[in-house]
Design a protein around this ligand. Structure first.
Ligand code: PLP
Length: 344
């Protein structure tokens, strides 16, 4: 039993769900939602803050400002409460109400941007808001999760080794791409230590990360409206793009089996199943000999008013998000900018 004295010290690093009984594939899900911030972003936040404290950039009395779709904001709120700095989160209207209220309960100030930037979407608008806050007050500190090396180093040091330890026979690793911190940390680790492992990025349709056109997205976590500066495409074998309707259907299928996960888990699992079906489906090889892992960044309670609510899904995503079951037969594939892309 671990005994801790600060909330960010607790982490579950070795929990995997075997999805084979649900989906018939040797696909394992690394669960990252069991910590006091409720998501994988606590790891990146811890590393980024530790580096800033060590460099003397951040300390008691400082006000940290960060742009976040929600989970990084909660993670920094947890750390701010423990470490004694103030925290101001700039988010946008896609941030779940409960996530915003959680940050405020921890003592953070939250600014919600309601209008997307013309060409750079909500992320562009959030970054502009952060820059305006910094220009008006030189005591505010922006560690910038989109640029900070701590964002990927956290996963290079913890997430990737935990996967490698558990799966010496790993063939394919599917990683959701938001800021690409998780993707880059894991991709660097496996390129260096286990180059035979194929690293596949999972993104949302409508995200510009891998050079696809921007379109409206409703589920926070994965996807961006500005290409992430941390991304090094040469470390990624392919990128898969998942429709939000597939994300919702997959989340709900997992829930029917007793697993309540956040939206991006549905995206990652859906993308992985599509890719495995395309490459190792019936008649293409030996599906049972391929071992694959993907990551669940958070749990599902924060998505009760969105992904798990029928009227929200019908209005925001469309009725196809409410179809029961997960259908993987209708995959089309294309090649864009040297990266393989699949959308269901
Ligand atoms: C729910 C969720 N999934 C996935 C991600 C993507 O992680 P990363 O920023 O490391 O790419 C995030 C990032 O905020 C997230 O909140």
């Amino acid at each position: 039993m671990p005994v801790i004295s600060a909330s960010h010290e607790f982490e579950v690093s070795d929990l995997f769900v075997n999805l084979q009984p649900l989906f018939g594939r040797r696909l394992f899900l690394k669960v990252e939602g069991f910590n006091f911030a409720g998501s994988i972003k606590l790891k990146a936040a811890r590393e980024i803050v530790a580096q800033a404290e060590a460099a003397g950039v951040l300390g008691p009395g400082s006000t940290l400002v960060e742009s976040s779709s929600g989970n990084m904001g909660v993670a920094l709120s947890v750390l701010a409460a423990n470490r004694g700095f103030r925290f101001l989160c700039v988010t946008d209207s896609r941030c779940n109400e409960v996530t915003r209220r959680t940050m405020e309960s921890f003592g953070a100030e939250v600014h919600v941007v309601t209008e997307p930037h013309e060409t750079e979407g909500f992320l562009g608008a959030r970054i502009r808001h952060v820059k305006a806050l910094l220009a008006a007050d030189d005591k505010k500190v922006w560690l910038n999760q989109y640029l900070s090396p701590g964002n990927w180093m956290a996963h290079y040091r913890t997430t990737a080794p935990a996967i490698a330890r558990q799966f010496p026979d790993l063939n394919v690793l599917f990683i959701g791409a938001g800021t690409t911190g998780t993707l880059m940390g894991c991709a660097r680790y496996f390129r260096e230590r286990r180059p035979s492992v194929r690293v596949i990025a999972v993104d949302s349709v409508g995200s510009v990360t891998f050079g696809r056109p921007a379109a409206t997205r409703h589920i926070p976590g994965l996807g961006t409206s500005v290409r992430p500066p941390l991304l090094d495409e040469s470390l990624v074998d392919a990128a898969i793009h998942v429709e939000e309707a597939d994300t919702v259907r997959t989340c709900r299928e997992l829930m029917r089996h007793g697993f309540l996960f956040g939206g991006s888990t549905g995206t990652a699992v859906s993308g992985a199943l599509h890719w495995l079906d395309e490459h190792y489906g019936n008649g293409t090889g030996a599906p049972d000999q391929v071992t694959a892992v993907t990551i669940s960044p958070d749990l599902g309670e924060r998505y009760m008013e969105t992904v798990y609510r029928d009227d929200w899904v019908r209005d925001s995503i469309g009725p196809e998000g409410l179809t029961a079951g997960v259908e993987y037969a209708d995959i089309g594939s294309a090649f864009t900018a040297g990266l393989e892309t699949i959308s269901g």
